[in-house]
Design a protein around this ligand. Sequence first.
Ligand code: HEC
Length: 112
Amino acid sequence: MKAAVAAVVSIAVSTLLAAAPAHAALDNAAAEALMKKDGCAACHSIDKKIVGPAYVEVAAKYKGDKDAVAKLTKKVKDGSTGVWGPIPMPPNAAVSQADATELVTWILTLKK
Ligand code: HEC
């Protein structure tokens, strides 16, 4: 009986582990594809300033700020002005909440 329970538990655990990558944080390749799809790549790159700040600089600025994901997701959607210089970021209203959250979560994991 114990063995059967253990088997069921181990199947459940391996199913969970197998399912995990679908919800794991974006890797850089997936994130860059999303940046292109959502138009961010026109103005941002991981480690170079284009029109907007390099994402590694954004990550450094908000390091340790636990509200950063919520705050920056809202700014991606609504636009941002006056934080990085004279050029504003226009609203990205067409970008889904899920994409914006995923991108910001990934941006904040980047290291210089
Ligand atoms: C038209 C150019 C442009 C596009 C497109 C754009 N950005 Fe930006 N982004 C900027 C600029 C310029 C800034 C700096 C704004 C400022 O100083 O407040 C910025 C700032 C940011 C910041 C930091 C905001 C802050 O308050 O520190 C994040 C995060 C960001 N962008 C993410 C994104 C994401 C994700 C996308 C795609 C969905 C995107 N941006 C699309 C130009 C752009």
